[in-house]
Design a protein around this ligand. Structure first.
Ligand code: CMC
Length: 399
């Protein structure tokens, strides 16, 4: 087959998947056929995770058993605390999470058991423990004593309990739960692709999850929610929004929380969150922040060139104020994205292994050819010599 160039792989289908469907032109997202809006309204993170992994909604018995399995895995091996304590308190939580997710493998005797049953169990462990690790690291870096998980709570409620030491209200736990549902899966996004590339080499699920956490960290992917909140705090007041955004647009800077590789219509996750974030902000005294986001949206969407490019608010734009209203530090926002997307990453790993093929695209080589190797004593500075062109010179020859 002739090779085609597709930088960024935006026009390439690299896997079959039954987990989520996206119609970017119409602004549709479904998990296993269920519209994201109906899941955000009616489902929970536990039920959504089951749906993604099993391909159908659970019965009440199945959901109760699955929830109990997750709850029984909230705890981490006590030796993991030494790993938490070894990380500098100044480390960014996403960097700490990358290390901690990787370290989990050392305390799982099934880490290298590639059987489907063991992979299912590891998926449960990874989903259950990720939120635990985020809460434990946050308390450690603040010099606070760790709080043990409460196995009677949902994953969202338990996270808030472990983070603060206070049992969250039902409304707070539900607000976080909704964010977890909305972030649980999203086609072959960059971090999910990283997970599938890793597991496709027949590596292990912890390695795949570690690749995914590292990939999610970037501001073009999961890191945008933190940047949205930093922008809001930098602006500081509704009266300053217009000038701030006009300045950014005139300098052709990106507005964080806008645009998406796939959606060229309103991101359906943002559609739901837009209304939901207002309620959470109002309940927690953060309505002024929400009003700033609404004004930013109005200004950005009034730009003709923005509409032409199909740029709309994405999920990160409205999840930022929701996480902030729940009292999360800004640098924990992307960690919550990871805690949720772990459901998708592990589900994709299991799916990839069920019909595995090594993922190995090509690179378009742009360097020189046919150079003569020179012994080191004959070379001059920066790899140049009278007979060996420098890399830059060679590249300009081929350009
Ligand atoms: N603000 C202003 N202009 C933008 C933005 C933005 N946020 N995003 C894209 N553009 C412009 C960009 O400047 C370019 O214009 P031109 O064609 O004139 O050079 C055009 O739109 C296409 O941009 P691109 O980077 O080629 O498009 P992409 O599909 O590769 O980028 C994106 C997708 C998400 C990286 C980009 O929209 C972006 O950087 N957004 C801000 C970061 C962000 O919010 N990321 C979270 C994504 S949603 C969470 C997730 O699912 O990961």
């Amino acid at each position: 087959m002739p090779l085609t160039v597709d930088k960024g792989l935006g026009n390439t289908i690299a896997a079959d998947s039954g987990l989520s469907f996206i119609d970017g032109a119409k602004g549709v997202l479904e998990y296993v056929g269920y519209d994201i809006d109906s899941l955000a309204r009616g489902s929970t993170f536990e039920e959504t995770t089951w749906l993604l992994w099993h391909g159908h909604l659970p019965t009440s018995g199945e959901l109760a058993a699955f929830t109990a399995q997750l709850q029984s895995e909230y705890e981490i091996d006590p030796r993991m605390m030494d790993v938490v304590f070894a990380i500098p308190r100044t480390a960014a939580p996403m960097d700490a999470l990358r290390t901690l997710v990787s370290a989990l493998a050392h305390f799982d005797q099934e880490a290298d058991d590639a059987s489907p049953a063991a992979n299912q169990r590891k998926a449960i462990r990874l989903v259950a423990k990720t939120a635990t690790l985020v809460a434990l690291f946050d308390r450690f870096r603040k010099g606070k004593a760790p709080i043990r998980p409460d196995r009677t709570l949902s994953l969202a409620a338990n996270f808030l309990w472990m983070l603060t030491g206070a049992k969250p209200t039902d409304a707070m736990a539900r607000a976080l739960d909704v964010c977890l549902v909305l972030h649980a899966d999203h086609g072959l996004n960059a971090s999910t692709f990283a997970a599938r590339v890793t597991i496709a080499t027949q590596s292990d699920m912890y390695s795949a999850a570690t690749s995914a956490v590292g990939t999610l960290k970037g501001p073009l992917h999961g890191g945008a929610n933190q940047e949205v909140m930093e922008m809001l705090l930098e602006i500081g007041d509704l009266s300053k929004v217009d000038g701030y955004i006009a300045g950014k647009l005139s300098r052709k800077e990106r507005i964080m929380g806008f645009g998406h590789r796939v959606y060229k219509a309103y991101d359906p996750r943002a559609t739901y969150l837009k209304t939901f974030a207002k309620k959470v902000a109002a309940d927690t005294g953060n309505l002024p922040l929400y009003e700033m986001t609404r004004r930013i949206e109005e200004i950005v969407l009034a730009q003709p060139n923005i509409i032409e490019k199909g740029i709309f608010p994405n999920v990160d734009f409205y999840s930022a104020t929701t996480y902030y209203s729940l009292g999360l530090d800004l640098d924990l926002f992307t960690c919550m994205f990871a805690a949720s997307r772990m459901a998708g990453w592990t589900g994709h790993c299991i799916e990839q292994l069920a019909a595995n093929k090594l993922i190995r695209p090509h690179a378009d080589y742009t360097g020189p050819h046919g150079l003569t190797y020179q012994p080191i004593e004959q070379r001059t500075a920066a790899g140049t010599s009278s007979t060996s062109p420098s890399r830059n010179a060679a590249m300009s020859v081929t350009a």
